[in-house]
Write a protein that binds this ligand. Structure first.
Ligand code: UDP
Ligand code: MG
Length: 321
């Protein structure tokens, strides 16, 4: 009998996990599928891990993987996908912004033969204009300068068929932008729209710095345009300086008003210096990323794991028998 894994990365979500767990059980039970709920605790410093341990002890369907420290949402999600055994795997946030009530609809589409069921956030309630604006700007930029197409409002709330999960596991990059990977993977896919409610409790774990890193990971992973931009800017400033030289020569030879010219020199030195530094910065950004990747360090390491998928398998056999 087929079963479904639900993967949830959580970081300091002590007020949310118990309600989230109840909601998942409620909605999954209506689908008739067996399921395992895998929480990946991303190095929480509050009571999250303790609550999750208790849930795992009470309910054989709940598995908890505790990471040794905070690795970030994308890595925690990857860890969950690595450990999930289901015929389909659903990934979602644990703060109720990805409504558990949507699960039956995702699963319906999977039954209809779709291998990736992607949700699209139409709107987020209570989000700041700053976050909404930067998010739109990011998607517009990445789609304009890369050769993949990521839907604006695309979230990491999606269902993946086993085939897609196995393909995903072959993507080994450290700086990972999962939306990009999934979008480049192909497979039969469908989109479902939803409105994300406000988080049930707690604050968003994405600081401006984390968001900026995430955006840079996405752009540098899927576009080499910034590198080329440095080249084009060099070309442009070369052309400009040629024009300037012609002008200087003309003024000297054919007019009597040869200027001292220090301003022109100062300005062009500044311009060129600035462009070179910018070019170096862009190259440095990519080299830094190459350095991170070639070290081939593990993506994450686990401190503790509670319950194996035996719970689901034992139950599966009971049901079959
Ligand atoms: N999260 C995580 N590690 C982090 C940051 C966030 O596992 O370093 C989890 C968080 O607990 C939540 C999900 O990722 O379940 C989405 O994070 P959040 O709700 O803070 O992001 P937002 O919805 O504001 O974009
Ligand atoms: Mg959230």
């Amino acid at each position: 009998m087929k079963y479904i894994s639900i993967v949830v990365p959580v970081y300091n979500e002590q007020e949310n996990v118990a309600l989230f767990y109840r909601e998942i059980c409620k909605h999954m039970e209506t689908t008739g599928y067996l399921f395992e709920l895998i929480f990946v605790d991303d190095g929480s410093r509050d009571d999250t891990a303790r609550i999750l341990k208790k849930l795992s002890q009470q309910d054989a369907r709940v598995r908890t993987i505790i990471l040794a420290r905070n690795f970030g949402h994308q890595i925690a999600l990857t860890c969950g996908l690595d450990h999930a055994g289901g015929d389909a795997v659903i990934t979602m946030d644990g703060d109720m912004q990805h409504p558990p009530a949507m699960l039956p609809y995702l699963i319906k589409q999977w039954e209809n033969g779709f291998e990736i069921v992607q949700t699209i956030r139409k709107d987020t309630q209570g989000v700041s204009w700053f976050k909404a604006f930067t998010s739109r700007l990011f998607y517009k930029t990445i789609n304009a300068i890369s050769n993949i197409n990521i839907d604006e409002g695309g979230s990491d709330f999606r269902l993946l068929d086993r085939k897609a999960v196995d393909t995903f596991k072959n993507f080994k990059e450290k700086a990972r932008f999962i939306r990009g990977i999934i979008s480049a993977m192909g497979y039969k896919r469908i989109q479902i729209e939803f409105v994300a409610p406000e988080r049930f409790a707690g604050k968003s774990k994405f600081s401006v710095r984390k968001m900026l890193n995430f955006a840079l990971d996405g752009i540098t992973a899927y576009s080499r345009l910034p590198l080329r931009l440095a080249f084009y800017m060099g070309l442009l400033s070369g052309l400009l300086s040629l024009l300037l030289t012609i002008d200087v020569v003309y003024t000297k030879w054919f007019t009597t008003e040869a200027v001292p010219g220090w301003a022109t020199i100062a300005a062009s030195v500044l311009l060129l210096g600035g462009l070179q530094l910018m070019g170096l910065g862009i190259i440095g950004e990519y080299i830094g990323r190459i350095f991170e990747e070639v070290k081939k360090r593990p993506l994450y390491w686990v401190q503790d794991e509670l319950k194996s998928s035996v719970g689901v398998k034992a139950k599966t056999q009971d049901t079959v028998a």
